[in-house]
Design a protein around this ligand. Structure first.
Ligand SMILES: *Cc1c(COP(=O)(O)O)cnc(C)c1O
Length: 369
């Protein structure tokens, strides 16, 4: 049995007629950049999240960088980022000339540990970028409280958590600004690259919109140095087709995660945190921790099961960051997790029988260790 890690062809198959129609519409209108398709998606996504302003851009990493620039964060400034997770936040901080300061991950949520943040704050700290990692909506309230008492901004990295919420507050509405990615494998993905920036602050929204478009809000009148980070009209049109299905896909992921949990409970695998309400976890990835991870991974592959590692190396150990002052410290939780984390197949069109096969095989493999 072959179990792919994700299956985008199956996800998109039912949408082929709608996607082709949207493509034909754009071809005949000739409006390929910006325009109504992008505005419509921005309005729909802002409403979905319950945030006043959404500005689309070229990808999630650009979204983080543009938010930092819009907040005037640059040289002499420090930004607190997570030691475990995808590197984009640390990368964006360096690209604007500021210094990333790492914080170790929480043993259960895998994202920034709120108890370790305060010790990392200095006079130069301007922002904190927590990641809602693997789809789990991290409770930011302790960090928000700390930050706002000191005039520090919270930028949520929501690239893995479209639709995740704490109570009736969706991620993307919990901080001062938020970045989303629509990379094809994300919970809401385009058919190529895409990103979005969200905020309730009108002045910040204007700054972000201008920076993403050569510093202009009005054509040929740049207000500042900007860059080119637009979203294609085609990607926006496709995202508008997919957005109404996001909640259903997230429910499907949740059902599969529950099926994994039931069957893997009595094994040596450490399972993801159990969410306390319906939308708290949107299971972008189903990440377990296992002893002998690399052997387990090989043996699963031999049985046709594709797994991945998110992420094999803590961010402070990566070449572009390892000479930073805070990279000289140790990150015991992130370091240990990096050697144990294993992402099992998870996508909304995965069948329950495929989950059963992965569980059955994984149990056999763990039993033989
Ligand atoms: C995917 C991802 C990003 C970056 O998004 P791109 O669109 O690929 O630039 C940023 N942060 C996290 C946590 C991600 O998973």
């Amino acid at each position: 049995m072959n179990i792919p890690f994700v299956d985008l062809a199956a996800l998109h198959a039912p949408f082929q007629p709608a996607i082709l129609r949207a493509t034909e519409d754009l071809l005949s209108s000739g409006l390929l950049m910006g325009g109504e398709a992008v505005t419509n998606f921005e309005t729909a996504f802002a409403r979905y999240l319950g945030v006043s302003h959404c500005i689309c851009c070229a990808n999630g990493t650009d979204a983080l960088e543009i938010i930092l620039r819009a907040l005037d964060i640059g040289e002499e400034d420090e930004v607190i980022v997570s030691a475990n997770g995808w590197m984009s936040a640390a990368e964006a901080v360096r690209l604007v000339g500021a210094t990333p300061v790492f914080v170790d991950s929480h043993p259960l949520t895998y994202t920034i540990d709120p108890d370790l943040v305060e010790a990392r704050i200095t006079k130069r700290t301007r922002a904190i970028i927590p990641i809602h990692l693997y789809g789990f909506a991290a409770d930011l309230s302790p960090i928000v409280e700390l930050a706002h008492a000191r005039g520090i901004k919270i930028i949520e990295d929501c690239a893995q958590a479209h639709g995740a919420a704490i109570g009736n507050r969706k991620v993307g509405s919990l901080g001062d600004a938020a970045a989303f990615s629509f990379y094809p494998t994300k919970n809401l993905g385009a058919l190529g690259d895409g990103g979005a920036m969200l905020t309730n602050d009108k002045a910040l929204a204007d700054a972000m919109r201008s920076i993403a478009n050569h510093g202009q809000l009005i054509r040929d009148q740049p207000l500042r140095l900007g860059r080119n980070s637009r979203m294609d009209a085609l990607q926006a049109a496709l995202l508008s087709i997919k957005l109404p299905h996001l909640d259903q896909w997230n429910r499907q992921r949740k059902m599969l995660a529950e099926r994994y949990r039931q069957q893997l409970t009595d094994t040596s695998a450490i399972l993801p945190i159990i969410p306390d309400d319906e939308q708290r976890h949107v299971h972008h990835l189903y990440v377990v921790r296992v002893p002998g991870r690399d052997i387990v991974r090989q043996q699963l592959a031999a049985e046709g099961i594709t797994t991945q590692i998110h992420y094999p190396y803590p961010v402070p150990t990566l070449a572009p960051f390892r000479s930073l002052p805070s990279a000289q410290d140790t990150y015991p939780v992130a370091t240990r997790q990096a050697s144990e984390l294993l992402s099992l197949p998870m996508h909304p069109t995965m069948s329950p029988e495929s989950v059963d096969y992965v569980c059955h095989t994984l149990k056999n493999v763990l039993g033989r260790l």
